[in-house]
Design a protein around this ligand. Structure first.
Ligand code: 8OZ
Length: 363
């Protein structure tokens, strides 16, 4: 019988179990936005996950929106990530990197001198970001020109190439949580009049071009993507027809034959049912077009929910976020139905080893 603890083949990546460590922003990169020894230890401790998805990592200096998040665009960053992937692989794990461009969710102090955040639109986000001065409102963005979009797609492609050089098993495109690709998807923000705005086919174009570029660079079997059809994260309003928009997106993604699609059900890190959405219909639409593609679910899953979702065929993989922060041996704890450590919220973002690499494992 297939269970949460059974092995799984996601494209070209062989997973020891169906339990995934979700991408988690922790703001502990070194100067140069480079992952260091602390990240090596943190990810190594969590290598019993069937798959680790790293914290979101910017594809370019323009794609950064928070203090001390790592990148995957420089040689130093690639070298830092190589130490992380070597450690995870030596411990028997699998790891993909999440490729991130924040779009308008940024602040001028985090961006190259003299530049402002970029988006589908010049309308600012009603949200804050974390800078060297603490929480600050995001800066006003400018709309990307049509002739700049090939360069953005090329940045995703170069980042995927860097990910392979850094030894990752694959990449996950960050298409969720109110960042750049979702800023193009939703008609609550995208007010463009070019081929990247208006009809659903147009609003989905940048995401699909980025995904196609990643697939062309590293192969479909090493490419995944994360979506959040109804999240209110980062002040991006709801799309006027999320079912039609995301139905089109997963159908077009399916044609690219990715290893997996990762879906945040509900409000990221919050209520699962604040906005009605038929996630099961979305899964069926994807599976009808790409039966071998894995369906990864996330958001507030506990042990019983995860076991049931896999047993009933509603998910191939289940991603856990906060439980993996406080339980490096989460897989063992779920298998043995052992109690979980409490999460310390005050050490989520920034700082050092405390609340990062010092959570205890079972004896
Ligand atoms: C929490 C804090 C900063 C960024 C996301 C990358 O929501 C994030 C993020 C989460 O996807």
């Amino acid at each position: 019988m297939t269970t949460l603890f059974s092995p799984f083949q996601a494209g070209d990546i062989t997973l020891a179990n169906r339990i995934v460590m979700a991408p988690l922003t922790r703001n502990r990169a070194l100067p140069g936005r480079v992952p260091g020894e602390l990240q090596v230890e943190y990810y190594r401790q969590r290598a019993s996950a069937g798959l680790i998805v790293t914290e979101a990592s910017q594809i370019s200096p323009e794609g950064q929106g928070y203090l001390d998040t790592p990148g995957i665009y420089s040689a130093e960053q690639v070298a830092g990530w190589r130490r992380v992937t070597d450690a995870v692989h030596a411990a028997g794990g699998r790891i993909v990197i999440q490729l991130w461009h924040v779009g308008r969710v940024s602040h001028v102090s985090l961006l190259p001198e003299g530049t402002v955040p970029v988006s589908s639109s010049a309308r600012p986000a009603d949200t804050k970001t974390y800078t060297a001065k603490g929480f600050e409102p995001v800066s006003a963005p400018r709309a990307l020109r049509t002739d700049e979009l090939p360069r953005v797609v090329a940045d995703y492609r170069a980042a995927a190439r860097n990910a392979m050089a850094a030894g990752f098993d694959g990449v996950e495109l960050h298409g969720a949580n109110g960042y750049l690709l979702e800023q193009f998807l939703r008609d609550s923000l995208n007010d463009r009049t070019d081929a990247y705005g208006g009809a659903i086919e147009n609003r989905a174009r940048l995401l699909l071009e980025a995904m196609a570029a990643v697939v062309a660079e590293i192969g479909a079997g090493r490419s995944g993507i994360r979506l959040s059809p109804v999240t209110p994260a980062n002040g991006l309003g709801q799309d006027s027809d999320a079912a039609a928009l995301y139905g089109h997106v997963v159908e077009q993604l399916a044609a690219l034959k990715p290893a997996y699609v990762h879906v945040i059900e509900g409000a990221t890190g919050g209520p699962r049912d604040a906005v009605p959405f038929d996630f099961e219909a979305l899964r069926r639409r994807f599976k009808a077009a790409h039966p071998a593609g894995a369906w990864m679910v996330n958001n507030g899953y506990d042990r019983a929910m995860a076991i049931a979702a896999v047993e009933q065929g509603r998910a191939d993989l289940v991603a856990f976020g906060k439980p993996f922060i406080s339980n490096p041996d989460l897989v063992r704890r779920l298998r043995e139905n052992a109690p979980l450590n409490e999460l310390k919220r005050e050490t989520l973002y920034g700082g050092g080893a405390a609340g990062y690499t010092d959570y205890p494992t079972l004896a």
